[in-house]
Structure formats: structure tokens, C-alpha cells
Design a protein around this ligand. Structure first.
Ligand code: PAF
Length: 281
């Protein structure tokens, strides 16, 4: 497995692959890889000749006071996990290569970026879209893979791909969960023992609400109230940022519809957890 540390090195590697007509799958990550990431890497290695995993903790997607400096880092562990899969290369650029002095260009996907997480993390999706476009330009992937736990990120990146006519298929991968239902996330490592024990309540609340609208015992317009009632009773949850029913395409809050995105963001102390399900009625 090659470890590539510069944009120029990455472009040379991808030129060689493209000249020999090899498809490239890109799995963008911020490292601290867990089974959720590894299952996405496996999807990519099955569908592409070459899989590149990028590891870059992108400063542009963290606001002041967020967890950029304490975001979990485990580069050696990540590399050994990826070597055990058939990833061809790890792209680990330096921040100064991605954002050199005087860097001024950002990608803003209006509308979708401002809803849900965007209300609590201003500028976050601009940081995500910008770095992903830069990764696409360096790696030139045939397909890029993103996990549906970050549903809004997937929606923003698909919109960027469509609006900018990018020649890359975006593949959305199902959320991988712990045995007790908690969505896998690098940030789960921040949870205290008590918070970790309480955390599966998020997915349980989503599932219970999903079942209730499917069996008709709950109306879509009552989802937000039901979720707030359930989640506010959980001791470790210190803030509910949003918990409601949304249109899966526009991310607008809805009171009726045939497909419903039920999405939640809560804080347990300093740790922010998100999760979602999509229900077809
Ligand atoms: O989902 C993530 O880990 C990040 O937002 C991404 C897509 C790697 C961009 O930094």
C-alpha cells in the first residue's frame, strides 16, 4: 500500500491509474478509522480497480471552539487497518498543501448547507464541500464513497457534484452500528461510560418513531414532539439541537409525505452525536 503525502504525488499516482484505464474509488476520511469506515473501504475495493483512502482532519470544517485539536488521531493504527484490506493507497496531505498561505477559494452549497447541522455549525458544510472538491481534483476518482450517518453531508456533496458537473459517481453507504444500535463514529471515543450506556437511546428513539408512523399510531407532524419528549428524559443528553421529520431531498421540515427523513443531533456534555433513518410510508 502506497502512502502519498502531497497533492502532486497523488495526481501522479492517479494519472498512472487513469492511463491504464483503472477505475479509482475514493474513501474520504478524517482518520481514527472504525468498522464503519472499513466497511466503506470494502465496498470500494469490490467495485473499483484501485481504492484510495484519504486521511485529512480538515480544519476548514471545524468552527472556533469545536474539537479540531482534540479530534482523535491514530495514523499508525489507521495504516495497519488499511493494509489488511486491499486499499492501494492512503492519501495523507499536509494542511499547508491543501490550504497554502493566501488560500481564498471556498465552495458554498446554498440552502442544503444551512439546515439541520448547518444551523449549529455555521460554515461546516462549506469546509466539507471545499475539501472534498480538492480531494476529487487530486485523486480524480471514478466513484467516491460517503456514509449515510452524515446524511446532510451526502445531500450537500451530491448537490455539489450535480451543480459543478463533476464526473464522479457518489456512492452512499449504509450506517454501520454497534451491537446496541449506536451509530459508529470516531467521536464515540469521547463518551464517558455513563454517556456510552445512554447513547443507544438515540437510534432506539428513531426506530420507535419510524415504527409508529408506519403503523399509523403517530403522525409525521407529531414526530418532533415525540422525539423531544423521549430524548429529554435521557440523563446524559444535555442539549437537543434538532429532532424532527424532514424531506429527504430538500431537508425542509415536513408534516406529511411518503418518504420521511427522521434526524437527530444531541449533545452529551461536550460531545455532539447525530443519527438518522429514512422511512418509506
Ligand atoms: O465525513 C468526514 O469524515 C469528513 O467530513 C470528510 C468527508 C472526510 C471531509 O473532511
Amino acid at each position: 500500500m502506497e502512502i502519498i503525502r502531497s497533492i502532486s504525488g497523488m495526481r501522479e499516482f492517479s494519472s498512472d491509474c487513469l492511463q491504464s484505464n483503472k477505475s479509482i474509488g475514493l474513501v474520504p476520511t478524517m482518520g481514527a478509522l472504525h468498522e464503519g469506515h472499513l466497511s466503506i473501504v470494502r465496498q470500494s475495493t469490490e467495485a473499483n480497480d484501485i481504492t484510495v483512502v484519504s486521511i485529512f482532519i480538515n480544519p476548514a470544517q471545524f468552527s472556533e471552539g469545536e474539537d479540531f485539536s482534540r479530534y482523535p488521531r491514530d495514523y499508525d493504527g489507521d495504516i495497519s487497518k488499511l493494509s489488511a484490506l486491499s486499499a492501494a493507497a492512503v492519501f495523507m496531505p499536509e494542511a499547508a498543501d491543501i490550504y497554502p498561505d493566501g488560500y481564498k477559494t471556498y465552495v458554498e452549497v446554498r440552502g442544503l448547507s444551512e439546515r439541520l447541522c448547518g444551523m449549529f455549525r455555521p460554515g461546516h458544510f462549506t469546509g466539507v464541500a471545499t475539501v472534498v472538491l480538492k480531494l476529487f481534483n487530486a485523486v480524480r476518482p471514478t466513484r467516491a464513497y460517503f456514509g449515510l450517518k452524515d446524511y446532510q453531508q451526502c445531500a450537500v456533496l451530491k448537490k455539489m457534484r450535480d451543480d459543478l458537473n463533476l464526473d464522479c459517481e457518489i456512492v452512499l453507504c449504509p450506517t454501520v452500528r454497534e451491537a446496541d444500535g449506536l451509530a459508529m463514529s470516531s467521536r464515540n471515543a469521547y463518551l464517558s461510560m455513563e454517556q456510552r450506556l445512554d447513547a443507544p437511546c438515540i437510534y432506539k428513539a428513531l426506530k420507535d418513531t419510524g415504527h409508529a408512523i408506519k403503523n399509523g399510531s403517530l403522525k409525521i407532524k407529531d414526530i418532533a414532539a415525540k422525539l423531544h419528549e423521549t430524548l429529554s428524559a435521557v440523563k446524559s443528553i444535555t442539549e437537543i439541537q434538532y429532532a424532527s421529520a424532514y424531506d429527504p431531498d430538500t431537508l425542509d421540515e415536513i408534516t406529511h409525505g411518503a418518504r420521511v427523513l427522521i434526524a437527530v443531533a444531541v449533545k452529551m456534555g461536550a460531545t455532539r452525536l447525530i443519527d438518522n433513518i429514512v422511512v418509506e410510508l
